[in-house]
Design a protein around this ligand. Structure first.
Ligand code: SAM
Length: 282
């Protein structure tokens, strides 16, 4: 099991372990961001899940949230479906250890080293926003692991996103991020590859739904989503600055992001939210 190792960059706490590819910090500010992000996503997507499992969740099934972060999704789902059992795993131990509903369990684990559960254990696996955490090889390995821990007929639901209609400033930010991901062997366009990778791992009936979410335009939801993107970009600055020296300057970087906000509003930039649902064969 990966031992936690950290480094402080510009006052922010990051993973420092060659077995962990994750690029975002793992401190309280990032934990708060992930909580808020969950609320924004539930509001914009108007649901916590899309797999056809409403009835089964009500009756009681076993669910895994892979890369659960501070457990906002798990807690919401555990409250809505008290007969179901929810398990969360994450490399960062930001989920609550003691104060948690009785139908929730959490484990610290590096997905890249295997899912610490037996074969055929879960009815449903949910995994959201691992783009900054898994290398190309990790994705294939993790999907195979998720297939292994699912029961035959069980569902996987994967969520990743990309941006559309970007102006030049946002393109520069995204280009820097993509180059950084590529240099670390991480696929920058994973949202477009979910279906193909799920099938390659052995899943069947893989379907993708793409939802167009407005970024910083079109009312309250667009503003909330931009606030989350802005916060995420800010938290990535220490690693972005390694690829673009200009962004060592906190103020210059903040101005660039502010200008991206205006640009997204005028350009009608959108987030293409990809949801891939697939089944383990019977
Ligand atoms: C952007 S956050 C999303 C959290 C959560 N899925 C959500 O949507 O609220 C990505 C999460 O993946 C976790 N993560 C990244 N790489 C991981 C790995 N190799 N093993 C386990 N968790 C990982 C991070 O610690 C972080 O909590």
């Amino acid at each position: 099991m990966t031992e936690p190792q950290h480094q402080i960059l510009n006052g922010r706490k990051f993973h420092a372990n060659d077995k962990v590819a994750y690029l975002l910090p793992e401190d309280n500010d990032e934990k708060d961001r992930l909580h808020k992000q969950h609320v924004v996503l539930r509001y914009t997507l108007q649901s916590n899940f899309q797999a056809p499992l409403q009835e089964k969740l009500e009756q009681g099934i076993t669910v895994l949230d892979s890369g659960c972060g501070p457990a906002a999704w798990v807690f919401d789902m555990a409250k809505d479906f008290p007969n179901s059992q929810f398990h969360g795993i994450d490399i960062t131990s930001t989920f609550p250890h003691d104060t948690k509903p009785s139908n929730c369990e959490f484990t610290v684990a590096n997905l890249a080293e295997g899912i610490p559960y037996p074969d055929n254990y879960f009815d449903y696996v949910h995994q959201r926003l691992l783009i900054l955490g898994l290398t190309d090889a990790n994705w294939d390995f993790v999907l195979k692991e998720l297939l292994r821990v699912l029961k035959p007929g069980g569902y996987i639901e994967l969520h990743e996103a990309n941006l559309n209609n970007m102006g030049p400033l946002l393109k520069q930010l995204q280009y820097t991020m993509s180059s950084m991901l590529q240099s670390k062997g991480m696929p920058p366009k994973i949202s477009n590859e979910l279906q193909e990778r799920a099938i390659k791992a052995g899943f069947v009936d893989a379907q993708v739904q793409i939802t167009d979410l407005k970024l910083n335009h079109g009312g309250q939801a667009g503003k909330m989503l931009w606030d989350d993107y802005q916060h995420g970009y800010t938290n990535l600055r220490p690693v972005m600055a390694m690829s673009n020296a200009e962004w060592q300057d906190e103020e210059l970087y903040a101005i660039h992001i502010e200008n991206c906000a205006k640009e997204a509003e005028t350009m009608h930039t959108s987030v293409n939210w990809h949801t891939c649902i697939a089944q383990k064969p019977f």
